[in-house]
Design a protein. Structure first.
Lengths: 117, 111
């Protein structure tokens, strides 16, 4: 089974802090993703990565950055946390896309519920 | 902005009935379609994926895809109270680089 592990289930931080959310997958997947999920807004893509040291902006990258130094690890960074970044953060991974627009199934970690006070 | 639309529900069905969940999408170039189940407070869990027009069955679940009409559906046969959850439809963008998620349909199965 695919295992995607997020470092924390619950996290409380203060406004202005730099926050690191870590995600590790054990299936040698090329693709990794960070989403946030908010009531009424659904899942929104923040950043994704196709390979080590590669990153692409998703729909809502403002206020976030990412790092992928190793294939199995994808980190999300909140440069200066704000209260509007309180949310559920979900990491996912998948095998490389099959080409011609065909997308492999994506598997999620358990999520990190982040509160910014 | 490419969109995936789902009826938010709640969809209520009695135990043992068939639950039918529907999803429409706007990007005609989408090639890959997924259904995820999400229990309250948990992360999404992959249930089904389908790439070709027609039906795909896995146990009590059947995914149906009609690319001409741009809709994908999920049928759950012999619904159980444990099927009560939010079901997310996800569709790949035309480039196949990312998924676009619907906001989900809440299913309630009563015993």
């Amino acid at each position: 089974d695919v295992k995607v592990t997020q470092s924390s289930r619950y996290l409380v931080k203060r406004t202005g802090e730099k926050v690191f959310l870590e995600c590790v997958q054990d299936m040698d997947h090329e693709n990794m993703f960070w989403y946030r999920q908010d009531p009424g807004l659904g899942l929104r893509l923040i950043y994704f990565s196709y390979d080590v040291k590669m990153k692409e902006k998703g729909d809502i990258p403002e206020g976030y950055s990412v790092s992928r130094e190793k294939k199995e690890r994808f980190s999300l960074i909140l440069e200066s946390a704000s209260t509007n970044q309180t949310s559920m953060y979900l990491c996912a991974s998948s095998l490389r896309s099959l080409g011609t627009g065909v997308f492999n199934p994506q598997h999620f970690g358990d999520g990190t519920r982040l509160s910014i006070l | 902005q490419k969109e995936v639309e789902q009826n938010s529900g709640p969809l209520s069905v009695p135990e043992g009935a068939i639950a039918s969940l529907n999803c429409t999408y706007s990007d005609r170039g989408s090639q890959s379609f997924f259904w995820y189940r999400q229990y309250s407070g948990k992360s999404p869990e992959l249930i089904m994926f389908i790439y070709s027009n027609g039906d795909k069955e896995d146990g009590r679940f059947t995914a149906q895809l009609n690319k001409a009409s741009q809709y994908v559906s999920l049928l759950i046969r012999d619904s159980q109270p444990s099927d009560s959850a939010t079901y997310l439809c996800a569709v790949s963008n035309q480039a196949g680089t990312a998924l676009i998620f619907g906001k989900g349909t809440t299913l309630s199965v009563s015993s």
